[in-house]
Design a protein around this ligand. Structure first.
Ligand SMILES: C[S@@+](CC[C@H](N)C(=O)[O-])C[C@H]1O[C@@H](n2cnc3c(N)ncnc32)[C@H](O)[C@@H]1O
Length: 570
């Protein structure tokens, strides 16, 4: 670009910066969290915290979008519904959601989250279950001291060696080294002798999530805990009433991670055990993937289950008194009289069952490339649930060589879903897409696909996570926010194309945009905020750029102070 063009661009940039909208944004730039982020997520409590799922979306923001773009009774579609936040929020606001997910666990979790269930009867059923098997499970963890039996709550293992035993004596926690008898009891269990069902499948090999094809799902558990879990599941399966059976199965899958060897030991610096003078150890939790730490916990299965049950029943009691009802439809047509349709299957195929121009609003958070291989991560749950899984149709980039899920397959399948979304959405209606990527190609694919599909970009907003809600991208330049891009299905094909501008050629323009932005903050600005700002600003003008090129501009034109960028000192 010639110098005069650059000057012209710079002038436009100056003008833009003076505009009201920009000023309003810029006046917010001060504090690292709130500036430039349109929506802040609330943390997950109550029904939203009953069961783990990855990349759960904040209910308060999803609800806000549903209220903004729809009316009561409207049909809201989420073809990648995951743990079902868009589904619960649609039902609560009296819309009619359609949720699709290829992951059987996702649909199971969604159904259990929204289901209202009579808690008094459930509590009675829980008491029956407890009477039937609590003592039997607890007997697996008996710790004898001075001839008296106590119930072990936690056992710390280092590889194959039992290192520590925790038990309770009149509500007081005792931490001790194991006796020979403790070791003998722990080692008396073996996988082969377990008489009930337990998952025997092998993992796909994927070092990124610490999954090894030589290992089975049951290797995640000590033989003792596997025995406890399989006995518990066996009894749950015998519960007559289907809704209760599913509820307790839900409590089971919600607690199974904590009963695995994936629970690590936290050593608090500076805190010591009074008696042994050894560093105090605390219980970690299963986070992601199948990493078994060298030093890990074996937690009493009954305690894991009962603790989770208590948390879930508390949320269910509150839910019971809310006014909404759930009437599940089996087909799209039944949505006339019912209010929710949930389908387990690949969106690219399931959407074909939905008529043209029939959906009022689409809100979704699609799988983000290689971020989370959902079906591989959910293998443990799906296998306990005895669900068959369609790995072939998953939209994912997986590092697993066993799967053949590359970037090409990812785009091909994802684009098929976008085509279907365009077909089923009513003309002039909105499609909000939650998006989080730093990758140029992912952005370009998305924007070009949307352009080809008659979707006009209408609004770009950012969503920030509170410190307690979720761990997003931890890379230094990572987008610590999601974008929410809202498109409108245009009535005619005549929509403005997105222009890819070259940051290298338009360096002056981009630099001046960043400079004016950075200038407003005395202490400098984080990379992700600069990227957020540029993406939002340029997309509103139907322009886009390669994010990677901006990082070069930052390095060349700005200075770093700690993790923040400031104007170059002359
Ligand atoms: C980013 S997550 C959605 C999480 C969701 N927003 C929540 O709050 O829990 C993407 C979802 O897409 C699902 N998925 C992957 N491939 C799919 C396909 N072909 N059809 C439908 N769902 C698919 C995954 O199982 C995963 O649950």
């Amino acid at each position: 670009m010639c110098i005069s063009c650059t000057r012209k661009r710079n002038k436009i940039a100056e003008k833009l910066i003076k505009s009201d909208k920009m000023l309003k944004q810029l006046t917010l730039v001060e504090d690292e969290k709130k500036d430039e982020i349109n929506h802040i997520a609330e943390s997950y409590t109550g029904i939203y915290a009953m069961h783990k799922y990855w990349s759960k979306k904040p209910y308060n923001i999803i609800r806000e979008f549903i209220l903004r773009y729809t009316n009561k009774e409207d049909i809201v579609l989420d073809p990648f519904c995951g743990s079902g936040i868009s589904i619960s929020e649609s039902i609560i606001t009296e819309r009619k959601p359609i949720g699709i997910d290829i992951n059987p666990s996702a649909i199971f979790i969604t159904k259990q989250m929204v289901e209202k269930i009579p808690t008094t009867l459930l509590e009675r059923e829980f008491k029956n279950l407890r009477k039937e098997i609590k003592d039997e499970i607890n007997s697996f963890y008996t710790v004898k001291r001075g001839g008296k039996p106590f119930i072990g709550t936690h056992f710390i293992w280092k590889g194959d060696n039992l290192m520590e035993v925790w038990y309770k004596n009149k509500k007081r926690r005792i931490v001790e080294e194991p006796t020979e008898e403790d070791v003998r009891l722990a080692l008396s269990f073996s996988y082969e002798k377990i008489p009930y069902y337990y998952p025997k499948n092998r993992f796909f090999h994927n070092s990124r999530i610490n999954a090894n094809r030589e290992h089975h799902i049951y290797d995640l558990f000590t033989p003792r805990n596997l025995m406890g879990l399989s006995l518990l599941m066996d009894r749950i399966e015998k519960i007559e009433k289907s809704s209760f059976r599913k509820f307790f199965t839900f409590c089971f899958t919600a607690s199974v991670g904590q009963a695995s060897k994936m629970v690590f030991v936290i050593k608090r610096r500076g805190k010591y055990n009074k008696k042994s003078r050894k560093p105090k150890k605390e219980v970690g939790s299963w986070v992601i993937g199948y990493w078994i730490p060298k030093e890990n916990f074996e937690i009493n299965v009954w305690n894991c289950f009962e603790n989770r049950y208590r948390r879930i029943i508390k949320a269910k009691k509150i839910q019971e008194s809310t006014p909404y009802t759930v009437k599940e439809a089996e087909t799209f047509e039944e949505l006339g009289s019912q209010n929710v349709l949930l389908v387990n299957g690949p969106a690219q195929k399931v959407l074909k069952e939905i008529p043209d121009n029939s959906v009022d609003y689409v809100i979704t958070d699609p799988p983000h490339g290689n971020r989370q291989p959902y079906l591989e991560l959910s293998m443990m749950w799906n296998n306990w649930l005895k669900k068959s899984v369609d790995y072939e149709d998953e939209i994912v980039i997986s590092e697993s060589k066993d799967r053949n899920k590359d970037i090409h397959n990812y785009y091909q399948l994802l684009n098929k879903v976008f085509v279907e979304i365009e077909r089923v959405l009513k003309p002039d209606h909105r499609f909000s897409l939650l998006f989080n990527s730093l990758d140029d190609e992912t952005w370009m694919n998305l924007l070009l696909t949307m352009n080809d599909l008659n979707f006009q970009l209408e609004k770009v907003e950012t969503l920030g996570y509170s410190a307690h809600s979720v761990v997003q991208d931890t890379r230094q330049a990572g987008l610590k926010t999601d974008f929410i891009l809202t498109f409108r299905k245009a009535l005619t094909k005549n929509i403005q194309n997105i222009e890819l501008i070259s940051v290298r050629n338009d360096r002056g323009y981009i630099t001046s945009l960043i400079e004016t932005y950075v200038k407003k903050s005395e202490n400098g600005v984080y990379t992700y905020l600069i990227l957020n700002f540029l993406v939002s600003e340029l997309l509103q003008q139907n322009k886009f750029f390669r994010l990677s090129e901006v990082l070069n501009v930052l390095k060349m034109e700005f200075e770093r102070e700690g993790n923040k960028w400031i104007r170059r000192k002359i």
